[in-house]
Design a protein around this ligand. Structure first.
Ligand code: ATP
Ligand code: MG
Length: 374
């Protein structure tokens, strides 16, 4: 599948436009604050029905407008057949989000996720490395929701159960009331932990390879840092038991602090530089460039995961990502993108010279005050 058409209606400053996409993608050139990131945000909205910049839906509605709508038409490539039309709309007043696939509203939003098979690279990605554990958990949750059936439901139900449990802890309910939530929490939590652990085990080597290729030598690695010890634990059943044990150990403490202190909601991904056998935490010791490289490697792993779990070449959205790399790194990133079987590429840049991907073959579009000119 590839994106063949995009129709925008009052998404941020983008007005109303109907655009035909070239098969290889496009390079969108424009000055600051003209709408380049907005444009990619609109496209990626069709993948997750959320802003990749963490904005609330209300903020995405054009100023002075009541609703936005984005429609993408995906056209089959050679091996596949048919087209798919995904529409997402949001109404400011009723706070209503409406999503449809080929005209039908899915029963749950989760059923419509991931139709584009897209991945976004943006300068914000450094937050994945420099920011708190929450950023990395969100990364895992998005990647796993898009690649593993059932993951999203498990993580959402886990959050609901956790919330209920925390409410009873906070209001000082007796242990028996708090513990009534435990079996659900443990079961859902174990399946979330298992999925995260498997994914990170599967892709840690790819991460190291990507990192080494972009950095031109230095290596780094990612490891799962679960909030409960999983040493010697193999099965999901075993994880559930370890989780239950951890809950009983922390029972006293959680009563004092009034919240559940152990579980996948406290997980993290550890990022380390291979410093000749004595690993260094990238968050604490990494340079700006090293952190950007690690963030980029995480996105490349995400793209690989899309390719492998959905058997599709990902649509790659690059938001002005080369501006902050030295030229050696940028060259290597571009080489990597070309060898990595990416599908379409939509990239934004303030200037032409940042556009060299796909051997200079991307058609150039320009954007000014939200209006795209082909
Ligand atoms: P840069 O090169 O600096 O990253 P950009 O081209 O990526 O710039 P965007 O972030 O896409 O810029 O767009 C920013 C513009 O969009 C700003 O002028 C901002 O005021 C406008 N904008 C943001 N939200 C809305 C909205 N809901 N309605 C209308 N305009 C908006
Ligand atoms: Mg921008």
């Amino acid at each position: 599948m590839r994106l063949s058409r995009l129709t925008l209606h009052h998404f941020r400053n983008l007005g109303s436009q109907d655009l035909e996409f070239p098969p290889e993608g496009v390079a969108l050139i424009g000055d600051n604050a003209q709408g380049k990131s907005n444009f990619l945000e609109a496209i990626y909205y069709l993948e997750t029905f959320r802003s990749f910049r963490g904005a609330r839906d209300e903020q995405l509605v054009g100023f002075d407008n009541e609703l936005f709508r984005v429609t993408g038409t995906m056209q089959a490539t050679d091996e596949e057949c048919g087209t798919e039309v995904v529409t997402a709309a949001f109404e400011r007043n009723g706070k209503r989000k409406k999503v449809s696939v080929n005209g039908d509203e899915p029963e749950r939003l989760g059923d419509a996720l991931g139709r584009l098979a897209a991945v976004v690279f943006s300068p914000r990605d450094t937050q994945l490395v420099s920011g708190g554990p929450k950023e990395r958990r969100r990364f895992l949750d998005v990647v796993l929701s898009l690649s593993q059936p059932g993951y999203l439901a498990a993580v959402q139900d886990y959050r609901k159960t956790l919330h209920q449990r925390n409410v009873s802890l906070k209001s000082g309910q007796p242990p028996s009331v708090v513990m009534a939530w435990d079996s659900g929490l443990v079961k859902l939590g174990a399946s979330v932990i298992q999925a995260r652990r498997e994914w990170l085990t599967l892709y840690c080597e790819s991460f190291s390879n990507y990192y080494a290729r972009v950095s031109g030598g230095v290596t780094a690695r990612i490891t799962y840092a679960p909030s409960l010890s999983l040493t010697g634990v193999a099965s999901e059943q075993g994880i559930a038991e370890a989780f239950r044990d951890a809950l009983s150990v922390t029972a006293e403490r959680e009563r004092r602090v009034g919240t559940t202190v152990v579980g996948p909601h406290r997980d993290d991904i550890q990022l380390q530089l291979d410093n000749r056998g004595s690993p260094l935490d990238l968050r604490q010791y990494g340079s700006g460039g090293q952190r950007r490289t690690a963030a980029l490697a995480l996105r490349l792993v995400e793209a690989k995961s899309i390719r492998e779990s959905r058997c599709r070449r990902p649509l790659v959205l690059l938001d002005d990502v080369f501006a902050e790399f030295d030229s050696g790194r940028s060259e290597r990133v571009l080489e990597l993108m070309e060898t990595e079987e990416t599908g379409q590429v939509v990239l934004t840049a303030p200037r032409e010279e940042h556009v060299r991907i796909h051997s200079d073959s991307l058609p150039r579009w320009s954007i000014k005050a939200g209006v795209v000119t082909i």
